[in-house]
Design a protein around this ligand. Structure first.
Ligand SMILES: [Zn+2]
Ligand SMILES: [Zn+2]
Length: 265
């Protein structure tokens, strides 16, 4: 059976500084889920766990996020889960403790926010340095004590890893390095997020798809994330998910099993 498009587990509200959009409310997000017949949504705002010392000033705290949304609206056929997009600082400190992670429904882990200069990378770092750091950061995340069975590896092909070299930086990663990462993802029971916008040409798409093809080959399971920051993104999300599922020929058995647990309530 083909992979069912029944969820979006990476959505930002106006709480995230990169959204700050008063229209991006939990109610608007739930309406998007219901319109598309989704059974699961997950709020994945940027926030830093208050108990982890080195927060970047641009992130709000997890406590502030919880205070803003003490509960989320629910649909009869659509669960709206409370989660987080987890970040790391320059020293690979992860902005989420195990204790707080246990309380979340789900979370998405981003090791690639290296476009935030001085925090996740230094302005002078070249593409090679950034890619090497990206690998180290991803391994640090995968070696952490976080309950990764209820998490997904966010936007692995994110351009922010090496700004100015969109996608070309991916060519610096060998198949072996990718296999090592995704084998570890599989071992930790973590999902792999599909979030990218497919390139215009088959050559571009091949570059984007190589990591995910390797992930599939080693037996990883997948989650869908629209990463919407504004309501305008909602209209095109489903069509993009359909395309991503087709490009990787995903079947329902390739879905991250924890999503099915969450859908059960
Ligand atoms: Zn992100
Ligand atoms: Zn995001």
């Amino acid at each position: 059976m083909r992979y069912l498009i029944d969820h979006d587990v990476h959505i930002h509200s106006g709480f995230s500084p990169c959204s700050s959009d008063p229209r991006q409310t939990p109610e608007a997000i739930l309406a998007y889920g219901l319109t598309n017949g989704f059974r699961l949504l997950c709020l994945a705002d940027h926030a830093w766990d208050d108990s982890v010392p080195t927060a970047h000033p641009i992130w709000g705290t997890l406590k502030a996020l919880r205070d803003r949304y003490p509960s989320l609206p629910q649909g009869k056929t659509c669960r709206f889960a409370f989660g987080l997009e987890v970040d790391m600082d320059y020293d690979d400190v992860i902005g989420l403790s195990r204790a707080e992670a246990e309380k979340l429904d789900f979370f998405v882990c981003a090791a690639g926010h290296m476009h935030i200069d001085g925090f996740t990378a230094l302005p002078a770092d070249d593409a090679e340095t950034r890619v090497r750091r990206y690998l180290e950061r991803t391994h640090a995340l995968l070696d952490s004590d976080l309950p990764l069975y209820k998490a997904t590896l966010a936007h692995f092909t994110f351009d922010g890893v090496a700004m100015g070299r969109p996608l070309r930086w991916l060519a610096l990663l060998t198949d072996r390095q990718l296999r090592d990462i995704f084998t570890k993802v599989k071992k930790r029971g973590m999902g792999v997020e599909l979030n990218f916008h497919p390139g215009q040409t088959p050559a571009e798409r091949d570059v984007q798809l190589r990591p995910f093809r390797i992930a599939k080959e080693v037996g990883c399971t997948f989650t869908l994330g629209g990463d919407a920051h504004h309501p305008e993104s909602f209209a095109a999300a489903r069509a993009r998910f359909e395309r991503l599922v087709d490009l990787l020929a995903l079947e329902e058995k390739d879905k991250h099993p924890y999503l099915l647990e969450l859908m059960k309530g």
